[in-house]
Design a protein around this ligand. Structure first.
Ligand code: S3P
Length: 426
């Protein structure tokens, strides 16, 4: 599709779409809890709809009246074998987290997804889940989907030092640990998003977290709850960057979730010299706020270490931000980017460089030379929603030529109303 180019003075207010991570989990927790769970502000993007459909396939009654989703949970033991193989679409969160839930069933489930899913590494989940007693295997003896998961009623607890910083892996182990006989201990490599831990507590379970160490006893029974999903900071990120780099802009973003394990991009924008104010609207358990961002002069910085998991999904749009800053920005410790929906290090460097940026891909990140002027080009999202949205924000800076984006439809994975929201800004 032809992207919008050459914009100045982006002004207006946007209701940020609901958080993808929390939407997935709200269906999952609703399904494994006993009783009714209602979900307000569920994200009806392709990924979360894959999770909803997956649990319907597993026999869970889930209704959507267009406003509220109601999940009639019957506990872990109420899950039933799916008649057909479960299609997770493009969703890594669905396939990885569901493996932990299926680990405690008494049946075998087959899971498959699209082209991208067929290349996502799964040993990181299969390893610990198999160690706990389930039997998971990939296609033709590989670690890649299609996968089968055969659960067991007698799951063992695990003592696990995580080799990767991954909330998806941690969450899969937590779902299995909730069904195991005894106490599991998980030690994170770096602290990652903690929505699963929060929701275990919210649904009446117990979990002890001390720094990077998590202790959880099984088996536990969870109880259905009322969940209201906040706006997704990972979707807000595109407008936070647009507001910072498009001249004469001021954008207000309503209801953005501000869980501290997700707010790395706020720290980065501030550290680069961005003008960003936060008016907190949530409470201590569910932090949220209204963010206002204005155009500003930015300076390159170094981004690495513990902050990486707090902004892992925002690195493509942060790379664009850095192309407009003074000086060089170095992103390191972000090798996980290579195994996302696409290789995001190569995708960002290839596509932005086609538009005139100067980005050097490295083994664990990129070196971005700032102060570049972008021009028209024919680019692709590689079927990755976040690459697609980043390229549309980049196109806004283009003064001459046109920007044609292939595979733009991927954007509906996390932000179906992205172009409508962009059009609301004047
Ligand atoms: C997610 C965790 C992250 C993130 C993904 C969603 C989650 O993946 O990139 O978009 O909801 O747990 P990893 O935990 O594998 O880094």
């Amino acid at each position: 599709m032809e992207l919008v180019i050459n914009k100045v003075g982006l002004k207006g207010r946007i209701d940020i779409p609901s958080d993808k991570s929390i939407s997935h989990r709200s269906i999952m927790f609703g399904a494994i809890a006993k009783g009714k769970t209602t979900i307000k502000n569920f994200l009806r993007g392709d990924d979360c709809l894959s999770t909803l459909k997956a649990f319907q396939d597993l026999g869970v009654k889930i209704e959507d009246d267009g406003q509220i989703i109601t999940v009639h949970g019957t506990g872990f033991s109420g899950l039933k074998p799916s008649i057909n193989a479960i299609d997770v679409g493009n969703s890594g969160t669905t396939i990885r987290l569901i493996m932990g839930i299926l680990a405690g069933t008494t049946f075998t489930t087959e899971l498959f997804g699209d082209h991208s899913i067929a290349k996502r590494p799964m040993n990181r989940v299969m390893g610990p889940i198999n160690q706990m007693g389930a039997v998971c295997s990939g296609h033709d003896g590989t670690e890649f989907p299609p996968l089968t998961v055969t659960g067991t009623k007698s799951l063992l607890p695990i003592n696990y030092q995580m080799p990767v910083a991954s909330a998806q892996v941690k969450s899969a182990i937590l779902f299995a640990a909730l069904q195991a006989q005894g106490e599991s201990v998980i030690i994170e490599k770096e602290k990652t998003r903690d929505h699963t831990e929060d929701m275990i507590r919210q649904f009446g379970g117990t979990i002890a977290v001390s720094g990077k160490e998590i202790r959880i006893k099984g088996p536990q029974k969870l109880i259905g709850q009322e969940v209201t999903v906040p706006g997704d900071i990972s979707s807000a990120a595109f407008f936070l960057v647009a507001g910072s780099i498009i001249p004469d802009s001021e954008i207000v973003l309503n209801n953005v979730g501000l869980n501290p394990t997700r707010t790395g991009i706020i720290d980065v924008i501030k550290q680069m010299g961005g003008k960003l104010t936060i008016q907190e609207t949530g409470n201590k358990e569910n932090r949220a706020g209204t963010l206002t961002v204005e155009t500003s002069e930015l300076t390159g910085i170094e981004i690495g270490g513990e902050i990486i998991p707090r902004l892992i999904d925002e690195l493509p749009i942060i790379a664009l931000l850095a192309t407009q800053a003074k000086g060089t920005t170095i992103i390191r410790d972000a090798e996980e980017l290579k195994v996302k929906e696409t290789n995001r290090i190569d995708a960002v460097a290839n596509e932005l460089n086609k538009m005139g940026a100067t980005i050097e891909p490295t083994d664990d990140g990129m070196i971005i030379h700032g102060g570049t002027t972008l021009h028209g080009a024919h680019v692709t999202s590689y079927g990755d929603h976040r690459i697609g949205m980043m390229l549309q924000i980049a196109a806004l800076l283009v003064k001459e030529g046109s920007v044609k984006l292939d595979k733009a439809e991927a954007i509906s994975v996390s932000y179906p109303a992205f172009f409508d929201d962009l059009n609301k800004l004047y």
